[in-house]
Design a protein around this ligand. Structure first.
Ligand SMILES: *[C@@H]1O[C@H](CO)[C@@H](O)[C@H](O)[C@H]1NC(C)=O
Ligand SMILES: *[C@@H]1O[C@H](CO)[C@@H](O)[C@H](O)[C@H]1NC(C)=O
Ligand SMILES: *[C@@H]1O[C@H](CO)[C@@H](O)[C@H](O)[C@H]1NC(C)=O
Ligand SMILES: *[C@@H]1O[C@H](CO)[C@@H](O)[C@H](O)[C@H]1NC(C)=O
Ligand SMILES: *[C@@H]1O[C@H](CO)[C@@H](O)[C@H](O)[C@H]1NC(C)=O
Ligand SMILES: *[C@@H]1O[C@H](CO)[C@@H](O)[C@H](O)[C@H]1NC(C)=O
Ligand SMILES: *[C@@H]1O[C@H](CO)[C@@H](O)[C@H](O)[C@H]1NC(C)=O
Ligand SMILES: *[C@@H]1O[C@H](CO)[C@@H](O)[C@H](O)[C@H]1NC(C)=O
Ligand SMILES: *[C@@H]1O[C@H](CO)[C@@H](O)[C@H](O)[C@H]1NC(C)=O
Length: 543
């Protein structure tokens, strides 16, 4: 059944020509692969570094200095026999992208473009492996620069332009051409997969290049990007350095404050399981943690600290009193992001880079940024990096499908802001939720941190890690895999009502399932029935 689902769109002629297992066929594939590098030079602005055959199970290594800092390790095990093509595409006289196409022998006729993360110029090889492993002709680009930092943007507007939109769009144009050139026929369906900055890139495509994709899976999108940087910078303004009266230690966030948030809000959804199903319902009151007069302990907070916690969980307004960015949601303050965002005693690196290399210059002291600076950054909005257009009618009318998701315990990009965007699209287009459902669905993933991880049932095929790092039939079931669900929605018209997420014991599939939950699409809320085992998805429903 699964194979039928994955393979029903195969080009039979290609299959016969390259049938795996036949020596002649595989040598044809290998030589076609080796030849594609020279043919690629006929694509506008493109030259090839190399193309070669790579068998499934190969541990590829990459020379991408500093990308490990951006969460991209310098190696990746491949999951399909494929042709790997590496290309250099210029985008202007002073900019260009480095991209790769991973073209599997078992091609399904589908094309997949992948995104990036943070400010990084790093091809996300795990996404390429995932896509190629599922039979997509898969492409990924370096976002117009190399490495984890945003330094390349400084005094190079064309490089910044690549980061804002042109890398992904160019990657798609060239990627579709190389796919057609290699297989001898164009793709039948085109898809996108990305999270965080990759989520924003997916929304940028939907907003400005609606023809690029039939289906887009864009998670935890960094929309209103400049404001997101300012919001992250504001946490330093609120909390300060370790010697500041408002400073709160990592241990206090992870322990004292998180436990108090749970004490006040965990049971709102009817189940005391450490997961706040809908943080919108949590009106957290940090005053409960105030030290009694005269007491001196790390098990309570001073008035200055309580005030800081209140500010952290409050929306951010600009100098004109307009909302600059949504509030931090309570519940994520026990994740790995606490240290870099709240307690490092300096603005997180993205913020420093954004103000050093885009808004101002490297000499700017980023520890003194204030609302005036955040207003300047908002007004700058280079190349419309805000990515906040509410009219998606071109994408809707070409029958495009957009699936987005957001961890409700994400403290790096506020899940409240993605709801705000959903509602903005709804108002701009004049569509109630049942009509939004025809082309755009937002799934709220309770207890998930930024793109993956956390206490919630966070594995639902949103990435290779989200598929348990293993392409088993179960992991690819469209009921529990956002990517194959998107394919089914686009190609068969079956829209996913829920995404079945799994929490494995110690996040290790071989240790078994700890609990499952069917994540609902906004504005529906996952609700415990009050009877039955709450660790079983069927004990909950979307209301
Ligand atoms: C792949 O190679 C890297 C670097 O040589 C190594 O650290 C990693 O463990 C290897 N992975 C596997 C699965 O062999
Ligand atoms: C290609 O698909 C066939 C049929 O499903 C399968 O037996 C084979 O293992 C696949 N080969 C690769 C390299 O993925
Ligand atoms: C990529 O192509 C451009 C334009 O032809 C060229 O200037 C640049 O040196 C190339 N980059 C690499 C790494 O070869
Ligand atoms: C090719 O590059 C030039 C500048 O180097 C640019 O103006 C042009 O738009 C590019 N063509 C395509 C198809 O991207
Ligand atoms: C694309 O779809 C057509 C029509 O369904 C089919 O004949 C063809 O094999 C598909 N192409 C590929 C590459 O799967
Ligand atoms: C970026 O990395 C590629 C290899 O992936 C390399 O060919 C290129 O020279 C690098 N560009 C710069 C500007 O360092
Ligand atoms: C709290 O106690 C610590 C040592 O336990 C001490 O250094 C500090 O001065 C005390 N603070 C106040 C406000 O009493
Ligand atoms: C921000 O700091 C600058 C420089 O010190 C100052 O001129 C400005 O008034 C400050 N803005 C706000 C909103 O405090
Ligand atoms: C949305 O865009 C479409 C086509 O681009 C246009 O016809 C329509 O008037 C726009 N709707 C709104 C509300 O601006």
């Amino acid at each position: 059944m699964l194979q039928k689902f994955l393979l029903h769109a195969w080009a039979l002629s290609q299959l016969l020509q390259w049938l795996p297992g036949s020596d002649a066929a595989s040598s044809d594939f290998t030589s076609a692969c080796e030849n594609i590098a020279s043919q690629a030079a006929s694509i506008t602005n493109t030259s090839a570094f190399f193309s070669n055959f790579v068998p499934a199970g190969t541990n590829l290594t990459f020379d991408n200095p500093t990308c490990d800092l951006a969460g991209v390790p310098p190696f990746q095990v491949t999951l399909a026999d494929m042709c790997r093509v590496s290309l250099n595409v210029s985008t202007s006289d002073s900019s260009g992208i480095i991209m790769e196409a991973w073209l599997p022998t078992n091609w399904t006729g589908r094309f997949l473009s992948t995104g990036n993360g943070g400010l990084a110029g790093c091809i996300q090889y795990a996404d390429l492996a995932y896509g190629a492993g599922l039979g997509f002709a898969t492409v990924g680009a370096n976002n117009g620069h190399n490495g984890s930092s945003g330094q390349a943007f400084y005094e190079h507007p064309e490089v910044l332009k690549d980061f804002v939109y042109r890398s992904v769009h160019t990657n798609v144009i060239v990627g579709k051409e190389i796919t057609k050139m290699f297989y001898g026929s164009a793709h039948n369906f085109s898809y996108y997969l990305g999270c965080s900055t990759g989520g924003r890139q997916g929304f940028k495509s939907v907003q400005d290049f609606p023809e690029d994709f039939d289906g887009v899976l864009a998670g935890a999108p960094g929309l209103k990007f400049s404001n997101l940087m300012s919001w992250l910078g504001r946490f330093f303004n609120i909390l300060g350095t370790p010697d500041s009266p408002s400073f709160i230690t990592t241990d206090q966030w992870l322990g004292l404050i998180h436990q108090n948030v749970l004490k006040q809000c965990d049971k709102i959804d009817g189940v005391e399981d450490g997961i706040i199903e809908d943080p919108n319902l949590c009106d957290y009151k940090p005053e409960e943690l105030m030290c009694s007069p005269g007491s001196n302990s790390t098990d309570c907070l001073t008035p200055a600290q309580v005030d800081a916690v209140r500010q952290v969980f409050s929306p951010m307004y600009d100098l004109n009193g307009n909302l600059l960015y949504s509030k931090q949601q309570p519940g994520g303050e026990n994740t790995v992001w606490v240290a870099p965002v709240y307690t490092s005693g300096q603005p997180i690196s993205f913020v420093a880079d954004w103000f050093h290399y885009v808004v101002y210059d490297p000499s700017r002291d980023v520890t003194t940024l204030n609302l005036t600076d955040y207003q300047i950054a908002e007004d700058l909005n280079p190349f419309n990096i805000a990515t906040f257009e509410g009219n998606l009618s071109d994408f809707k009318s070409r029958n495009g499908k957009l699936m987005t998701f957001h961890g409700q315990a994400d403290m790096l990009v506020s899940p409240a802001d993605t709801e705000l965007y959903y509602n903005y699209v709804s108002r701009t287009m004049g569509l109630p939720p049942q009509d939004m459902d025809q082309f755009m669905r937002l799934y709220r993933i309770s207890g998930m941190s930024h793109c993956f991880g956390g206490d919630g049932a966070w594995e639902f095929g949103q990435s290779l890690a989200g598929a348990g790092n293993d392409l088993t039939a179960e992991a690819l079931d469209p009921e529990r895999n956002a990517l194959t669900a998107l394919v089914r929605w686009v190609e068969e018209g079956v829209a996913p009502d829920t995404l079945l997420g799994t929490k494995y014991v110690n996040d290790t599939p071989s240790l078994g399932v700890e609990f499952s939950r069917k994540h609902c699409r906004y504005p529906l809320r996952n609700t415990y029935s009050g009877v039955g085992d709450s660790s079983v998805a069927e004990s909950w429903s979307c209301q």
